[in-house]
Structure formats: structure tokens, C-alpha cells
Design a protein around this ligand. Structure first.
Ligand code: NG6
Ligand code: CA
Length: 513
């Protein structure tokens, strides 16, 4: 009952987002806005964030000539919840369906919810998403052979060219404005996550067809020599070629920029790298000493450079505000044999942070986080706490009214380098569990379940005891102060519970959700 009341209260609250008159920003001309959003890029995977074994000159260009945040967070340590929070300004743990979605999942965002693209579209922007979506499509039982009516275009994007879920999940096709791209309707697409279609080769029954081996989860339909999660039949002409994906998305992005109208635009560019399967275009093979994982990071960096060049050529750099970040932290073995571990050398994808993708420790959610706006943002570095969940409220300052809802805070002045203060606190999420950062401190409540994702070699953050770390003195979270500082722990816990209620208690099992 208590839960039920909490949910109703929240729904009422979020239904009436608070709107203030906008006085803080007085822009003559609205800037174009681009999100460059990578998939599983770690805090330490970028040279301007300390990587020495690989080089990311184009991301560095943005970091060195814009604002580089060292305490910038994704909202979750996995993809779907992070992307949900980014677009809606709502913490993902408030929506029990905000978990890693299969390719057949219905649209996660309610079409009545506020989103960044809606907000901007309503304020004179043309809007587009190009790249990874992973927020569900349709309303259940999608027919991939007709127009899919619930998707990005129904939550605010005028144009969409997406992959539905992840590169390792079926359907392995691009979808343009709700229609499978290059689809020959005479070869209908069928998708089933539970069982195979008779006679279709899988990684399990036809290993001789594989160019990259997957684990038992990534061992179903083979597309382009790579076994995927889930089964797919048909749609041969529409199936993507992983090697070309970076170029396909980049070309879409460049075409979009070149064809822009007189309106300002908002472009969400969801790069697929360095998520698995990591398959660079041949011209990037060997770009690093690290094998496919390093090479696809080099490829992504190149794509970002090409986008910057396009903006520069078009004279748009001075009027485009760019955000760059990642949806969650890094992982090495995420289901395929791609030498990510054996060829890692001395590179540390997490930097000096503990944990990784799926983890409640810092490396799960603390990610590269950069804002760049030529001539408007003074180059610098910020250690203020800031989250992607704040982008919605912050961007509302360039519209007629500032929106603040329960979770998204307006930190536009921080993002533009005009002030130093950021959030005072933040709820972090990883595979349905939550933790609490306030100031220099982070508190992880006790969670049952394994302490390690064994196959991935990543610590979960679970434990029988409270964990309390001071992130300034102890960035790598080695010194648990929960027992030494019970007052601090209790005070943190009280603030945490005041936000999340008892939702954190409902997580009893460890999953990849
Ligand atoms: C997990 C997959 C993993 C990856 C992840 C999604 C297994 C065992 N693991 O369920 O390979 O696809 O989902 O990653 O199936 S994310 O970045 O989109 O959240
Ligand atoms: Ca991800």
C-alpha cells in the first residue's frame, strides 16, 4: 500500500512538471544541439581522461577546447535505463520496466511523458536520432514488415535512423522512421527470443559459419558471421554489416547536418562503439595494439572528428552546443571472444575507478562527460557533480520555460562553464540496485548476491555491510568508512531513503537487467 501511494504521488508529481519563466539565458539565436553518446565507453578509455595506450584526438579536441567534467555521471550502469533517464529527465529506478530491453520490447517511454526532443521540437527545433536506440518499439508483438508506429518519432524525434536494441541482439537491421531500411517485403522478418526457426543456423548448431565466437547467451542467429542474442528469420537484404555500421550512421549524421533547414536542430548521435560485438571497418583494424575493443574506439573517435569537420565546413561550430558522454562504464568480456582481455596491455578502461559496466562502484556510471561550444564555452575542467539526467532541465533554459521535475536539475550555467557548483547529491543505479552520492561521499547499502560478475571480472558492489567511501581521498573506493563513521553513514542513508523510499530493498537478485 505504501508503495502504491508512493507511485501515485510520484505520477501526480511528474505529470505536472514545474515550469518557471526563463530568465537565466538570453540567447539571440538558439544553438544547434548535438548529443554524441557512446556505448560502454569507460572513464579511462579517452586520452584526455588519462588513457595513454590509445589515443582519441577528436574527443580530446572537444575536451580540451570545451569543458571536461571529472564527476559526470550516466544515470545507470547499463544502457536502457541511462538512455531513458537522459531523454525523460526521470531516474530510471522509478520505472520498473527500465531495464536492459530485448529487441522485441515495447516502447519504454510513455508518449505523454516529457522528453528532450519534444521540448526542443515544441520550441522551434528540428530533431533527429541516429544510431543506437534501445528504448523499445511498438506496443508488443512488433510486426517488422509494416510501419512500426511507436518509437522515436512518437516521443519527439522528427527523423529517426536507428538500430532497435543492441548490436548483439536481433533484429539486426536499421529502422528509418519506423520502417525497416532496405527491406524486401517478399522476405519477411520474424523475431523470436525464445526459440529458433526451423532450419536457421545458430552459433550453437553451425559454429563453422562464425567469424567471432559468442558465449552461451550470444549463440543464436548468425548474422554476418556473428552469433546474436535472439532468433531472426528473413530480412536478408536489410541485415546490417557490422563493419559498415560506423560509416552508415556517420553518413546519416552528415547528411542530416548538410540538409538542415533554417531551424536549429537537435541531433542525438548514438554511436555503437565500443559495445559488443566489436567489429571495426577494415581500415581501423590494427589502429591500436588492443585488438577490436581499442580499434572500435579509434573508429568512433574518427567518426566524431568527421562530424566536427562537417560542422566546421558548414560554419556551424560557433552555433552548436555539443554534449559528449557514454551510457555506462566499460566491460571487457561482454559475451564474445574478441581478445579484449588478452590484448589489453596496461590500458585501464576504468581509469583509477572501481567496478565497471553493471557495477554500483564508480566505474559503472562515472563516464567521460564533455560540453563544447566554440566561442561560448571557455575551455576548462570541472569537478562538480553532474548527471545526464540533468540535461533535460538544463536544456529547457534555452526554451521559453525552465522545466524542473523531481529528478532533472537545471545546471545549464555549470554546463556552459559560467558557475562552478553542480548537484549536491545524486542517486546512482546499476542492474536495479541504487546507491547514493552526496558531496565527496558515496554510500552503497547492503545488497545480497554475488560480489563478482564472474565471467566479466567486474565487482558488482554487493555486500552484507554498508559501504561508505570518500571519493576525494579514495577515488578507487578501497577504504570502506561505514563502520568508522556511523553518523555519516546514517545521515547519508536517511537522505538516500528520503529520495528512493524503500525501492532499494526490492532488489534481491542479481541479474543483467
Ligand atoms: C546483457 C548482455 C550483454 C549486453 C548487455 C546490454 C548477456 C549475458 N549479456 O544482457 O552482452 O548486450 O545486455 O548492454 O546476455 S547495454 O550496454 O545495452 O546495456
Ligand atoms: Ca551501454
Amino acid at each position: 500500500m505504501k508503495n502504491f501511494l508512493a507511485i501515485i504521488t510520484f505520477l501526480l508529481f511528474s505529470a505536472c512538471n514545474h515550469v518557471e519563466n526563463n530568465t537565466s539565458l538570453n540567447l539571440k539565436q538558439k544553438p544547434n544541439i548535438i548529443f554524441i553518446y557512446l556505448d560502454d565507453l569507460g572513464y579511462g578509455d579517452v586520452s584526455s581522461y588519462g588513457a595513454t595506450e590509445l589515443s582519441t584526438p577528436n574527443i580530446d579536441f572537444l575536451a580540451n577546447n570545451g569543458l571536461k567534467f571529472t564527476n559526470g555521471y550516466a544515470t545507470s550502469a547499463t544502457c536502457t535505463p541511462s538512455r531513458y533517464a537522459l531523454l525523460t529527465g526521470q531516474y530510471p529506478w522509478r520505472n520498473r520496466n527500465a531495464k536492459i530491453l530485448p529487441g522485441t520490447a515495447p516502447l519504454l517511454i510513455d508518449t505523454t511523458q516529457i522528453t528532450i526532443p519534444k521540448l526542443l521540437r515544441d520550441n522551434g527545433y528540428q530533431t533527429a536520432v541516429i544510431g543506437k536506440w534501445h528504448l523499445g518499439l511498438g506496443s508488443g508483438n512488433v510486426d517488422w514488415n509494416t510501419s512500426i508506429s511507436l518509437g522515436p518519432n512518437e516521443v519527439g524525434f522528427d527523423y529517426s535512423f536507428i538500430m532497435a536494441a543492441t548490436q548483439d541482439r536481433v533484429p539486426t537491421v536499421y529502422i528509418q522512421n519506423g520502417n525497416v531500411y532496405n527491406h524486401d517485403i517478399k522476405d519477411p522478418i520474424e523475431i523470436n527470443y525464445k526459440k529458433n526457426f526451423v532450419g536457421e543456423p545458430t552459433g550453437e548448431n553451425s559454429p563453422h559459419l562464425l567469424k567471432m565466437k559468442g558465449d552461451s547467451q550470444h549463440n543464436r542467429t548468425i548474422v554476418n558471421g556473428v552469433p546474436r542474442i535472439g532468433h531472426m528469420k528473413g530480412g536478408q537484404a536489410a541485415r546490417w554489416v557490422d563493419e559498415d555500421m560506423a560509416d552508415v550512421f556517420l553518413e546519416e549524421v552528415q547528411t542530416y547536418v548538410l540538409n538542415k533547414s533554417d531551424q536549429p536542430f537537435f541531433l542525438y548521435y548514438g554511436l555503437q562503439q565500443p559495445h559488443v560485438p566489436r567489429i571495426p571497418h577494415p581500415r581501423f583494424v590494427g589502429a591500436t595494439s588492443m585488438g577490436p575493443r581499442g580499434d572500435v574506439i579509434a573508429e568512433a573517435d574518427w567518426c566524431i572528428g568527421e562530424l566536427i569537420k562537417t560542422l566546421e565546413d558548414q560554419g556551424l561550430l560557433e552555433n552548436t552546443l555539443i554534449f559528449l558522454s557514454s551510457d555506462n562504464g566499460p566491460v571487457l568480456d561482454d559475451g564474445y571472444e574478441d581478445d579484449a582481455i588478452t590484448r589489453l596491455g596496461s590500458h585501464s578502461p576504468t581509469g583509477n575507478l572501481r567496478g565497471g559496466k553493471y557495477s554500483l562502484y564508480e566505474a559503472g556510471t562515472r563516464v567521460p562527460f564533455i560540453t563544447y561550444w566554440k566561442g561560448s564555452i571557455k575551455p576548462g575542467k570541472s569537478n562538480a557533480i553532474i548527471s545526464q539526467v540533468d540535461w533535460l532541465s538544463s536544456l529547457s533554459t534555452i526554451t521559453d520555460s525552465i522545466i524542473t521535475n523531481l529528478d532533472s536539475e537545471n545546471h545549464m550555467d555549470l554546463l556552459l562553464g559560467k558557475v562552478k557548483e553542480g548537484r549536491s547529491d545524486l542517486v546512482l543505479e546499476a542492474t536495479s540496485r541504487t546507491a547514493y552520492r552526496r558531496g565527496d561521499w558515496v554510500l552503497i547499502p547492503p545488497y545480497p548476491g554475488p560480489k563478482m560478475f564472474m565471467t566479466k571480472g567486474i565487482e558488482t558492489g554487493n555486500g552484507e555491510k554498508f559501504q561508505l567511501y570518500n571519493l576525494v581521498d579514495d577515488a578507487s573506493q578501497q577504504n570502506n568508512l561505514a563502520e568508522k563513521m556511523p553518523e555519516k553513514r546514517d545521515e547519508m542513508m536517511a537522505s538516500f531513503e528520503a529520495i528512493v523510499g524503500d525501492t532499494y530493498k526490492n532488489t534481491s537478485k542479481l541479474s543483467f537487467d
